[in-house]
Design a protein around this ligand. Sequence first.
Ligand SMILES: Cc1ncc(C[n+]2csc(CCOP(=O)(O)OP(=O)(O)O)c2C)c(N)n1
Ligand SMILES: [Mg+2]
Length: 556
Amino acid sequence: MHKSKHSTPSPADMAVRMTTAEATVGALIAHGIDTVYALPGVHNDPLFDALFKAADHIRTVHTRHEQGAAYLALGAALATGKPQVYSVVPGPGLLNSAAALLTAYGMNAPVLALIGQISQSAIGRGLGHLHEIRDQAGIIARLVDFCARIRAPTQAATRVAQAFRAMATGRPGPAALECAIDVWGRSAPASATPPVPPLPPQPIDEDAIRDAARRLAAAKRPLIVAGGGAQDAAAEVAELSRLLQAPVLAYRRGRGVLDSRDPLSVTLPLGRELWGEADVVLGVGTRLSYGYTQWGIDQELAVIRIDADPEEPERFARPAVALIGDAGPIVRHLIDALRARHRPSRRAEMEERQAKMRRRLDKLAPQIGFLDAIRAELPEDGIFVDEVTQIGFAARLLLPVYKPRTFLSPGYQDNLGWGYATALGAQHARPDVPVLSIAGDGGFLFTSNELATAMHHRIPLTAIVFNDGAFGNVRRIQEEQFGNRLIASDLANPDFVRYAQSFGAEAERARTPQQLRAALKRAFKRRDGPTLIEVPVPAMPSPWEFIFMPRVRGVR
Ligand SMILES: Cc1ncc(C[n+]2csc(CCOP(=O)(O)OP(=O)(O)O)c2C)c(N)n1
Ligand SMILES: [Mg+2]
């Protein structure tokens, strides 16, 4: 564009001499990033120096293990719905963070990894450089949808913008940028390129909308299934549910899309019954994996899918209608296209069925007692972070959830040990609400070293460890299915209260739901540092009959 010599150049036109690291940090800030979760090392020293200089705009939260850095970023992304960034050294640093990156992929979470590299000219030569790993770019490429290497200061802003665009386009998910040890500190005149906006959303297929609306309007027993992709479409899903008097099934990632106090809001076991009766199922941002893989499908059931990923709807089977794009606007179009027709309220029926199912679930009594205590103290918008533990399994079925993004559950990876560090990231990103991490004694020690991070950065996370002295889930399977031949499932534990106190955290033991309630009340009031509550528990009744259930329709 021609400019007269008196016009003020826009920031984008101004090439200022800066390092690759400075240009990268500038670009992160331009994309709204206010925190980098990180663990430093020589490969990334200029990046940390750039973060030091930009400390007024961007905080650096350093952790005690790279998995912690990546899980904190994941927790922050899940709690806010916004992209988050972590940085680690190459080789072992990358691999230490890999389980979290894998989980971010499985949960479609926008997490950007900034990963160091050996010197540019040595990459691929096998010279045995510090932290060298064969084909790092190839390994990263298997973990994320977008990755690139920043090769010069002038490339930094563009690469960062491409990564942000990739994280926000289509199915969201993680991205990664590598940068070599000798490139971060290299300087050149570089422009502070403004952020590239995400690609415009794909237009909504109005023919498909009409087809879907017609099928939903004609449905006698419609069922909506909400997954993680529905978290930002809660208002629209609730309105559609009310219009159609359609129950909304959500199990883990979709919890909180429809408030649990609505009698149309159901979890797995009742959801399966409704799946068996349904004539139309609308899946919103969900793989529908329980329905397809366990409960069965037949000619009488028409499936409508809404998904951000164009490849997703046909993975199990071709649906009757596929709508590709953001759930919110698509459900809004559906509502507009539905010819409003009064449907008799299903409230009484659903309340009765909920009560009946609840009586069956009452056999999970010890879990329910503790969950009731948690729900009584955790505010409506407080965030519950699930783990692969007995209380977690029960929470997925039974904990009432009131708001979107307040129930964080690790998706199909279901990776033990994600909880404490992920919850810490959620609490760091949402200091305005209490976050509660729950874990078993097995899972907690995977990332409990990050108690040091919670202390250092004064993150007021509350965590409960349910201590049964075992990988309880594994032990119960060995008891029930392997003739009680117990192996590798008993645990020697620290005294968790003294362990947490040794970091400087507040800690106490609660033995009953009443004691837990009182302890939580104290913990949620404390806003200047972490709290740990240990709850000693016996072996608990199995939840699996409510999770893996026989088919209700169709034949294989
Ligand atoms: C990364 C990972 N490793 C192993 C497992 C297998 N696993 C599932 S539950 C479990 C035991 C959990 O023990 P604990 O955290 O104490 O919970 P509990 O069942 O005792 O309540 C294990 C080892 C897993 N899910 N993820
Ligand atoms: Mg245990």
